[in-house]
Design a binder for this molecule. Structure first.
Ligand code: ZN
Length: 210
């Protein structure tokens, strides 16, 4: 790196971590890793944040429905019980499993809400070209909350637990279950479409420093 101009920035290849010198690709061009050929940067051009806006808002509605409808119902020895995500958290606290209760609350309710909410906020501002207040804070929240939005993992864990619980009694999927799956899918796709470089370019156009 000796002799490089002082403002040169090195970015890691997303595939093999090889350092690549950051350059803004022109129209029709892309920056490829010289070691493995993976596309490191693409020309931003006319790309929009509309997909991430739509996906994150849909995800928020799915999250609301996943938390206001029972996810599972159990019929163990004639005792029928429907469970919401939050009643599961309460039950874990009552049984003394509070670290797991905190984890379920964080991964199943709080982090998805913060992640989807902040992505929706920032991408809506970019799409409508309205400089909402606190955009840099919302952008930071989206970065922090994203790895804790474990809804995709949570939904797989639910499927596994249903298979196990069927050995004890009748377990039925309830209306909320499809919305848990919805939150998982919307979260994954919102994460894929929320391109931070694109966000920064759009914010720069609006005169917002992020
Ligand atoms: Zn590479």
């Amino acid at each position: 790196m000796e002799g490089m101009v002082s403002d040169a920035r090195w970015i890691a290849c997303p595939n093999c971590e090889a350092p690549c010198l950051e350059r803004e690709p022109a129209a029709g061009q892309e920056l490829r890793c010289s070691r493995c050929g993976t596309t490191v940067l693409e020309h931003i051009g006319k790309k929009t944040l509309q997909p991430s806006m739509a996906l994150s808002i849909a995800g928020l509605f799915a999250l609301l429905l996943a938390n206001t409808n029972p996810v599972l119902s159990f019929d163990v020895a004639g005792r029928v019980q429907s469970e919401h995500i939050i009643t599961g958290v309460e039950e874990l606290i009552n049984q003394g499993y509070w670290p797991i209760a905190v984890l379920v609350f964080l991964a199943g309710i709080l982090a998805p809400a913060l992640h989807l909410g902040s992505v929706a906020y920032v991408s809506t501002a970019c799409c409508l070209k309205i400089p909402f207040p606190w955009i840099p804070v919302a952008l930071r929240v989206s970065e922090l909350a994203e790895p804790f939005n474990l809804m995709p993992v949570y939904s797989i864990a639910t499927v596994v637990s249903v298979v196990k619980l069927r050995m004890l009694g009748a377990v039925e999927w309830e209306f909320g279950a499809r919305w848990v799956l919805g939150v998982a899918l919307f979260s994954l796709f919102a994460q894929q479409t929320f391109n931070r470089r694109l966000v920064k370019a759009r914010l720069e156009n609006m005169g917002v420093a992020a």
